[in-house]
Design a binder for this molecule. Structure first.
Ligand SMILES: NC(=O)c1ccc[n+]([C@@H]2O[C@H](COP(=O)([O-])OP(=O)(O)OC[C@H]3O[C@@H](n4cnc5c(N)ncnc54)[C@H](O)[C@@H]3O)[C@@H](O)[C@H]2O)c1
Length: 409
């Protein structure tokens, strides 16, 4: 041991004096000091992460945190008593509230908020106010006003070093990444139109307490829970949607207790001039949805025939997703309907979007990347959701007020 190492160890005394956020994963302070002083070592700083919400999706995020070498799961927070058991299975500490966690352990670096939609804003705000970076599940909020308030809070000068990201994890899905690569490279020519489907059957137990927020008008419904994903992907691929019209599907569930919408047929217009149609419904057995098509959710079996959920039409070619089939007249003598179409299939690499999203969150916190889905982008998707719901209520075509977001740049 060098003299400098010995002095530094004596100076540091114990791990607490250095601050646990600076201690690399699974290493004591002695090893850490050695690594720090060893010019050949490339020591990594491990981010201490907490998960808020131990329901359907929280434990899935927890697994990503556990498997990422740059992050350490330090607690699971949820007021429900059975969450303590989930925490035990994940081999992490359990606290019923964010406040109890902050009092019991050193401040974590980051949190992933996996609570019901109407709690996203107060929970995220509490974490940001305590100096914790936040990745909040989609939708960013249950209302535009609350979402805007959160965005403005995150942009206060005292919070300038803190990051707020929204968990539209499908931006990291390999099928979406491949589609974006092809669209951005001009493989389809100029994009003209998109046609999409999210149709699936949700069983009654999905809406039973404590998941009854999913059927409430104020917090649930297929639009903010599911369609919001597709809206965010469409924004990611084609830019902002500026106008929507919506027609309600025939209700299949009794109201009460099912207050929220089950489905809609939409027409969409994007700022770029691209137009789209989209059908969403959570009351019909169907393979035409992102989950069944990509197999990204282990709870929803993948459809072996790869039933398509997006068709993207360009001036040079069209693409269907997730079968990743491109149709064109490339290599034909004429670009004409009299020619047989050229059919090409593209491969997609295997990857877990939640893992990639977490790696991106780490990069953003470490200043290596800008957020792919910022609070503003999350709010942009919510604006469209609310416009769809308003169109369903009023029967009117809704123009989106993009100035709401412009004021927050
Ligand atoms: N990205 C995705 O693919 C995806 C998938 C499912 C759910 N989600 C989103 O994740 C969020 C959670 O969904 P879910 O299906 O896991 O819900 P859930 O109802 O199964 O679980 C939510 C949990 O949060 C807990 N909770 C409520 N208030 C809390 C608070 N103030 N502090 C701590 N815990 C609290 C509840 O007790 C419950 O255990 C929702 O916003 C949903 O839209 C995203």
């Amino acid at each position: 041991m060098s003299c400098v190492q010995l002095t530094l160890r004596l100076f540091l005394g114990n791990e607490a004096s250095l601050g646990p956020e600076f201690i690399p994963k699974s290493r004591g302070v002695v090893q850490f000091v050695d690594d720090l002083l060893d010019s050949n070592s490339t020591t990594k700083m491990v981010l201490r992460v907490v998960i808020i919400g131990a329901g359907l999706i929280g434990p899935r995020h927890a697994k990503s945190v556990i498997s990422n070498p740059d992050t350490e799961l330090v607690a699971l927070i949820d007021p429900l008593p059975n969450a303590a058991r989930v925490a035990q299975e994940l081999q992490t500490s359990y606290y019923p509230t964010v406040e109890a966690m902050l009092q019991a352990i050193p401040k974590p670096d980051a949190a992933i908020v996996c609570t019901p939609n109407h709690t996203h804003v107060p929970v995220s705000r509490e974490l940001l106010a305590s100096g914790v970076h936040v990745l909040v599940e989609k939708p960013v909020s249950d209302s535009i006003d609350n979402g805007l308030a959160l965005l403005q809070f995150s942009q206060r000068p005292e919070n300038a070093q803190l990051k707020l990201l929204v968990g539209h994890h499908r931006r990291f899905n390999p099928y979406v990444l491949k589609t974006k690569q092809m669209v951005d490279a001009g493989s389809l020519g100029r994009i003209i139109a998109i046609n999409g489907l999210w149709t699936l059957f949700k069983p009654e137990q999905y809406f039973a307490p404590p998941g009854d927020w999913r059927r409430a008008r104020s917090s649930g419904g297929v639009v903010p829970i599911n369609l919001v994903h597709d809206i965010d992907i469409m924004h990611y691929l084609f830019g902002p949607i500026v106008r929507v019209h919506a027609e309600k599907t025939l209700p299949q569930r009794p109201n009460p207790p099912h207050e929220a919408e089950e489905g809609a047929a939409l027409t969409l217009r994007f700022a770029s001039g691209v137009v789209g149609t989209f059908l969403v419904c959570d009351a019909t057995p169907s393979p035409h949805n992102f989950e069944a098509g990509t197999g990204e959710n282990p709870l929803i079996p993948k459809c072996s025939s790869g039933a398509d959920f997006y068709r993207i039409f360009g001036s040079d070619a069209s693409l269907s997703v997730p079968d990743m089939t491109r149709w064109s007249y490339d290599s034909r003598p004429d670009k004409s309907w009299n020619q047989p179409l050229t059919v090409e299939k593209f491969d997609v690499e295997e990857a877990t979007p939640f893992d990639l999203q977490l790696a991106h969150f780490v990069d953003v916190i470490q200043g290596k990347a800008e957020p792919s889905c910022s609070g503003e982008e999350g709010l942009r998707a919510l604006l469209v959701c609310q416009a769809v719901q308003k169109a369903l209520e009023t029967g009117q075509t809704i123009e989106l007020d993009q100035t709401i977001l412009e004021g927050n740049r």
